[in-house]
Design a binder for this molecule. Structure first.
Ligand SMILES: [Fe+2]
Length: 181
């Protein structure tokens, strides 16, 4: 993956606040979460890293935007030959992970599960402590130390959504989608 080129393009094309709840700092934390999880789960690191940068990059809204995962998957297919360089299986895993990442699912290939948990471990940025019962990679993501490490880091970025605290019940799926204010 050509990460610098990928980020240059995303910086130019991202429609939302680059420093917002679905922006670059979130992507970077998902990448760090994913790498830590992959060391425990055996997930494909190249797929997990690509997921981190791409999964929220095609959002049109920081609130409800149910098609953003599918758009991310389609976009990934268009840049795979020039930026991501995943093999066929890797691209299939990435598109699956992107397409369904905000649906709150738990069953999938271990690499897809690792992508989803890497994202969910960053819910602290919108005031939600990840619930181990809603994570996929048992026992990896449910390790109390790993959970706490990700949670404390996720909270350091100020929550920029204009509204009061987001309740778990308000979240559509588990990817940190805030409700429309
Ligand atoms: Fe995300």
């Amino acid at each position: 993956m050509d990460t610098p080129a990928l980020l240059r393009i995303l910086r130019r094309e991202f429609r939302l606040d680059w420093h917002g709840i679905h922006g670059a700092a979130h992507w970077a934390r998902v990448r760090a979460n994913g790498r830590a999880l992959a060391a425990l789960t055996g997930a494909r690191v190249d797929v997990v890293e690509a997921f981190a940068w791409v999964h929220d990059s095609q959002r049109h809204d920081d609130g409800r935007d149910p098609a953003h995962g599918l758009r991310a998957a389609r976009w990934a297919e268009t840049v795979n030959d020039t930026l991501l360089f995943l093999d066929g299986n890797g691209l299939a895993l990435l598109t699956s992970a992107c397409t369904d990442h905000s649906r709150g699912l738990r069953e999938a290939d271990i690499t897809v599960q690792t992508c989803w948990d890497a994202d969910r471990l960053d819910l602290g940025r919108i005031g939600i402590r990840p619930d181990p019962r809603r994570l996929c990679t048992v026992p990896a993501a449910c390790d109390p130390e790993l959970l706490e490490w990700a949670y404390q880091r996720s909270k350091r970025i100020p929550y920029r959504w204009e509204g009061s605290a987001v309740e778990d019940a308000d979240v559509d799926g588990l990817d940190g989608e805030a409700p429309v204010a």
